[in-house]
Design a protein around this ligand. Structure first.
Ligand code: HEM
Length: 147
């Protein structure tokens, strides 16, 4: 959706306003969450090198991730990307996703209200499981051919 000064930054403004009232989450909070979380990811010995191998300019990635979380958590429809192909070729197993979730839960708990943290953590856990399945499906099959 195009956003102008006269238009709210949401596809469904009343839904977004209700979520903000219930959770304390808004664009500013999500921006803080994304920036602090990826600060930890970049410094992390397990995940940092995987990101460093693919992302040289962090500004557009962080902007994209704020738009993603705005769509996921506030239902604004701001994100128009494709997360599955972005992860399909990554050298990751479930332990990487688990570690990603540990850092995400920690950051959400530091920054958000308890309701806000629960809201984003539930969604992150769900999406991590789907991305893990997508990564597994993209791996070459090890089942021997019968032919
Ligand atoms: C093992 C854990 C993870 C790793 C190592 C990882 C790594 C990456 C990398 C390297 C990119 C950039 C891809 C590129 O631009 O070439 C990316 C993009 C992205 N990641 Fe992850 N990720 C992980 C988990 C997650 C989870 C759990 C979520 C969501 C809750 C997520 C959401 C996204 C999104 C939305 C993008 C942007 C995709 C696009 O529109 O291009 N990632 N990730």
């Amino acid at each position: 959706m195009r956003s102008t000064d006269s238009q709210p930054l949401s596809a469904r403004p009343e839904v977004t306003a209700r979520i903000t009232a219930q959770t304390g989450l808004d664009e500013e909070k999500l921006t803080e969450l994304v920036h602090r979380f990826y600060g930890k990811v970049r410094a992390d010995p397990l995940l940092g090198p995987i990101f460093a191998a693919r992302i040289s300019d962090w500004s557009p990635h962080l902007e994209r991730m704020v738009a993603f979380w705005s769509s996921v958590a506030l239902m604004t429809g701001r994100y128009h990307g494709a997360p599955v192909p972005a992860h399909a070729g990554l050298p990751v197993e479930w332990r990487h996703f688990e570690h990603w979730l540990i850092l995400f839960r920690e950051t959400a708990t530091e920054i958000c209200t308890p309701e806000g943290a629960a809201h984003v953590i539930a969604r992150a856990e769900r999406i991590a499981r789907s991305l893990h399945i997508a990564v597994e499906d993209a791996q070459p099959r090890t089942v021997p051919s019968l032919l």
